[in-house]
Design a protein around this ligand. Structure first.
Ligand SMILES: [Zn+2]
Length: 352
């Protein structure tokens, strides 16, 4: 539902000016100096170095292992894709090199097909190990670990299920099998997404040092929201308390989930709204209200029925996953259109 834009503005302003939040802002600045775009560049560079450093040993081991077992042609292909991965992490905005056209047999065609790991790497270098959202890729499987702390009226029953469990069903709507296309990933690709939820309640049993974003279940009506900084997506801050947020009991990336806009949601609606808000935690902006026509890549759809989950509560699309991975690997919030900084249209959106 609606992003709390006023709060985001406040959040951003404090990050820039410091003042009352000097200590905290300074801490942020050490990671993110300079204006918004340079911040992203700095973040990318740091991440990239880590990625390359860690990838070197992994890739070497992998290549070695494959050399002993795989046919010569396979080795050749793997070498090419490893180089592609490095190019991609150093220059996220450059077009991906295309792979050679598939040869005649089906087996050869499968060998040539890129995997999710070929395109994005294993993501190990982008993970510190304590973030509220952590992802990893192995072959054609993306696994997203979600660390969430439920607060408020999470044990209220709706349609036979408590709010917290409906919310988790919403997060899991991002799991599934997806196909690439001319718009997203590579045509002919098929990959799966798994969502693993680590949930705690009022902080009880939270793992030491692990960040959890808050999911606050409200038993009043309103437009549900997510606290996040449009433009700059920092997973390391997810789950940390932010003094810039008017209600200091909310962490960065917090979802404030109302029981409905003007009346109670049905269970199905609750699940969809939770899935949409979770998209914000993953670094995606809103699609609805942006004045763009629906496309196959970014369908807007109708309320709670079809279309894009970042529109008005449709489905999770391959494009949503692509945007998530872009946010994850670049540290940059993925917007559907240019609204000026900090909302810059995502490179993952190609259909308009
Ligand atoms: Zn939204």
């Amino acid at each position: 539902m609606a992003l709390a834009s006023v709060f985001v503005m406040v959040f951003t302003a404090v990050l820039m000016t410091g003042s009352a939040q000097a200590a905290r802002a300074a801490e942020v600045r050490t990671v993110q100096p300079g204006p918004a775009q340079s911040q992203a560049a700095t973040f990318r560079t740091t991440t990239t170095q880590a990625t390359i450093a860690r990838t070197t040993t992994t890739k070497a081991q992998t290549t070695q292992a494959q050399t002993t077992t795989a046919k010569p042609t396979t080795t050749q292909i793997r070498t090419t894709t490893a180089r592609t991965t490095t190019t991609r992490t150093t220059a996220a905005t450059q077009p991906r090199p295309s792979i050679p056209a598939p040869t005649t047999t089906a087996a050869a065609s499968e060998q040539n097909a890129k995997t999710l790991e070929d395109l994005y790497g294993d993501l190990v270098g982008s993970t510190r190990g304590y973030e509220a959202i952590q992802a990893r890729i192995s072959g054609n499987t993306l696994t997203i670990d979600v660390y969430v702390n439920f607060k408020g009226a999470y044990d209220t029953v709706l349609g036979g299920t408590i709010y917290a469990n409906l919310a988790k069903q919403g997060f899991r709507l991002w799991a599934g099998t997806y196909k690439g296309s001319g718009y997203d990933f590579e045509p002919g690709m098929t990959f799966s997404v798994q969502v693993v939820i680590h949930d705690v309640y009022d902080g009880a049993g939270a793992r030491e040092g692990q960040h959890y974003f808050d999911f606050v279940c409200l038993n009043t009506c309103g437009r549900s929201f997510t606290f996040y900084g449009a433009g700059y997506y920092n997973r390391e801050l997810l789950g940390l308390y932010d003094g810039a947020i008017p209600d200091k009991s909310y962490t960065n990336g917090s979802i404030g989930m109302y029981k409905g806009i003007s009346g109670n949601y049905t269970a199905a609606q609750y699940i969809k709204v939770a899935a949409h808000e979770f998209g914000h935690v993953l670094g995606l902006g809103d699609l609805y209200g942006k004045g763009v026509a629906p496309t196959k890549e970014c369908p807007q759809g109708r309320y709670y029925e079809q279309g894009d989950i970042m529109g008005t509560h449709g489905e999770v699309t391959p494009n949503n996953i692509e945007m998530m991975l872009e946010a994850y690997t670049t540290g940059w919030y993925q917007a559907y259109v240019n609204s000026g900084l900090p909302e810059v249209k995502s490179g993952a959106v190609k259909s308009y």
